[in-house]
Design a protein around this ligand. Sequence first.
Ligand SMILES: [Zn+2]
Ligand SMILES: [Zn+2]
Ligand SMILES: [Zn+2]
Length: 1018
Amino acid sequence: MNKFARLNGVPMSSAPELKATLTLPQTAFPMKANLPQNEPLRLQRWASLRLYEELRKACQGRPVYLLHDGPPYANGPIHLGHALNKGLKDFVVKSKTMAGYDAPYVPGYDCHGLPIEIKVDEKLGHKKLTMPVPAVLEACRAYAQKYVDLQTEQFERIGCFGRWQTPYKTMARSYEARTLEAFYGFLEKSFVYRGLKPVYWCIHDRTALAEAEVEYENHTSPSIYVRYRLTSDPAAIAPVLAGREVSTIIWTTTPWTLPASMAVAFHPDFEYVAIEAPEASGAPSSSQASEGSVEKMVGDRETQPVYIVAAELAGQVAEACKLGPTKELARFKGAVLDRVTFQHPFLDRTIPGVLATYVTADTGTGAVHTAPSHGADDFYTGQKYGIDPTSRVDAAGHIHVDPEAWHLAQPPAFEGMKVFAANPVIVAMLEERGALLGGSQLEHSYPHCWRCHHPVIFRATEQWFISLETPVKSAQNEEKTFRQLAIEEIDKVVWDPAWGKERITNMIATRPDWCISRQRIWGVPIAVFLCEDCSLPIIDADLNRKIVDLFEREGAEAWHLPASDGLLAPGTKCAHCGGTAFRKETDILDVWFDSGVSWLAVCESDPDLRTAYALFQKGKGTECLYLEGGDQHRGWFHSSLLTSVALRGRAPYSHVATAGWTLDEQGRAMSKSLGNGVDPVDIANRMGGEIVRLWVASVDFREDMAASENLMQRCAELYKKLRNTFRFLLGNLNGFDPARDRIAEAELLPLDRYMLARTRELTEKTLGWYEAFEFHRVYQAVNEFAIVDLSAFYLDALKDRMYTFAPSSLARRSAQTVLWQITEALVRLVAPILTFTADEIWELLPPVAGREISVHLARFPRPEEIFSEDPAILINEWKILFALREAVLSTLEELRQKKVIGKSLEADLEIFADNDMLTHLRDNRESLKEFFNVSDVRLPHSQSSRLSEVKGLTNSTRVNANLDLQAYVLPASGQKCARCWNFMPDTADYGIWHDVCGRCRSALQEMGIAPPKPEAAQ
Ligand SMILES: [Zn+2]
Ligand SMILES: [Zn+2]
Ligand SMILES: [Zn+2]
């Protein structure tokens, strides 16, 4: 047996060992990837190489590209949205690194906040009540750390590179110190005030909520019409009303706010009407109303009640309140109702008429019940009219009656009830007093707490605010408001997709002041001393520095220990009132403030980032990218912008990219109840982290994205095809030593040159797509190139050359040179996405001196090094050949179907063309046979030539190509070669081997293989 037979393990045949003389592909790159088993081994290898640290060393001195990580919340395992987010970031970081940047990636975690505090509360139960605050905080810290560790492991599992050993954490002592420092920055620069304001309030969690923490869900509320009796002189509104019993009608869906009703608002410019309703229609008349000090009768001469409502709504109201046929008595502008007075329907309270332009004429009555303690608009109107906004609803949502307005010994029925439970009680009270004119149930969109999903309320509370109207100086030293400057800074940022700019601009333009306080403990305390007398904070920069130092040393827990009381110098006096007694504020900062100062706590402070970030802040060409979900326009992008504009006068980023939502194939959100979730960790364990990454690359992240088990399977199928293409490439590089065997570009065979041009073209496009974060285009183009251009075309066309030519022949080395360059280019181009597989391929590429130890330390290919010319020219020249090829292939297929030929090698091709075309064909002659996959291609002299060489003209088939040439498919004229299966004119016996073509004979001779002696053959 000779070595070829042993090598390829081909069994003996009638032509012994002839088949064994073929040079078949050989590689250690297995067809089956076994990703779930092999990826963890590669992770270990990267860890032992300290690959991330090596990357940092290798990138030293390069221009820096900063992607600042938005911290996920550390309270559970990762979900698909996390995997998408970190996958995209990994594509950015890796592609920037390979494009020649130093792109460090310091991942972060958001650790403070209510969800963790609630979980810890549940775990501790009653024990919490006996525990000192620092001990509870310690439990929260441990809880968050558990998920920091878990998520880190999971992000690493899907191949994301970064400084995972030391991520940033908002609960780190240094981070907490920087957060407090940022708060003091706001405080010392007079952005902060303390005030009573209605804020979104969750009575379940007993805390204020930020706008971003509120979600709208459907909720059923009572919808009621309530009469407010006019107590001022009706003649002052319209003379015709003199002496009449006049009321207005308000409409509300929150009866529980009626005890807080302090005014009725009218639009100054709307037309209002006074309408007379038949007596005893709708509500009971005054005679049926209950007695008591509350109801004050205005007059009884005319008993038909008169109601004031907006003219436009009068018909609707009359119907809803079943007033019967009404008669308009007077018409006047709402402005007339300013400061008229009404009687509260059940409290001893005089209610003024007030004017407000937010009153609408599309629903309700045009007369708006106003409770300054329970609504933002109401609050501002109340402020204008000097109305007390004190809330009588406590933190848990219990209503307490205003003692000034209730003089009966027996408290009202709603006293102490929770707001939503009080609704029917109050409605009953209204009915009993004849004040209820109509009622029904209304299902509407209502704000809910995003954490516990209970409906929230508006409630006036003492909170800390950052004022958006704070005067600030712009870089040009112009007086601006904080809001104006923030909007100007938005304009300097690249928003991707572009609609993000308008979205965040509108949010900043219309947002109320930022309520930064929360009445919880797991967070950074608003560490200030408040005067016991006037409740104002001590603002003392030196004291603040001391507290920051304390946080840095001992963490935020220190604030909750008595020792911190000693920070206040003895004899300190309140600058405002001279008071000498102080208490420590116990509220904590909004978690959006925490994460919103990450540019300060991380980018400005971390030794690995601060130099580059300083360059960015000075506008010295360094980019800073934030890349998160589209909901962060109201979250992290938003809070980061505000803190950075206030404290540094500029946006914290130069580029903001946003991703859509991950949905199922039907466009539904993923949820446990639908069972349509896709768990990235489960996919990684069953199919491979690479499959998760491939899915991330497959979607256009700027839109909403579909994911499902089915789509993951499709990615896995595609992965197999890609892998097989790489396997074929590597297999054919067996025995190729680039230093020794590489063929110069000018000497390459025409088809090989063409493929090199295509590779350059793909590389140029791909680099552009990486630059523009168009990863799905990289995915599509690479797949198409691998599956269509390589697998189905080039690699197939090359089989004859690769298997049957002498291994070191120029033609074969030409192919290998191009296969090698394609593999070298492709492996780098896919490395940011196929992180594991590219590195595996890298190790099996033909050795090159000085090669990096991992593909991730390598750079992207340079297009001009792949192919020196403009690829477009050559690609264009080949267009006509491809058109002809398509026509030839379909003709061959027809002939095969008619059983005229078997394999296409049983055919020859004859092409007649004019001179230019003929020259072009002849230039590429060497490649035409394999290009058309026939046994011979003949190019007779000109169009006018007859098919002279062809015998049996009836056997020729005209190729139906819409081109300026004619082509004919003919039966192959030669004899089939037993080795290469081509039909050749010079096929003959070679020793004991029958039917070997001349080309194969010389290849065998070049390989030093003589036919075996007859006696050795058996
Ligand atoms: Zn809640
Ligand atoms: Zn004071
Ligand atoms: Zn042959």
